[in-house]
Design a protein around this ligand. Sequence first.
Ligand SMILES: [Zn+2]
Length: 154
Amino acid sequence: MRILCDEMLNGIAQWLRVAGYDTTVPTPGLPDDQLMNRARAEGRWLVTADSDLLGFSEAADYVIYLQGGDDEARLRELTQRLDLDWCRAPFTRCKNCNALLHEASDWEVAHYYPGSIRLDGQSVWACSSCCQLFWEGSHVRRMRAQLEAMNRWR
Ligand SMILES: [Zn+2]
């Protein structure tokens, strides 16, 4: 399953990536017709909070309009609409840029690691696109707990 989130839903896009779903966000200001074309061309669900997109004749085929007022309400609705499994493949994609993560090499850790926390043999993953590193620290543990909580909405 591939997803395109409109620019208003960046927080939702990040959670989808954390769970391992291939999720892109268009550059801000992309006109609606181009947004529709891109979703169709790439075979993506177009997840949006913009009801104007429902006016396109083919909207029923691949547009998912979320009415919820905040991210949590929208994440709940999306979980049910797409039958999302938040624990499907967590931490396999970069939450910032959607590229796949790989196990970081010693070179990557040495060059990209901010260095304020000791890693002590923990698993470290690197993004091959934006060079962000992720490791099993308290932030990742909190996100795992959140993913498990979201799976209870299924
Ligand atoms: Zn990245």
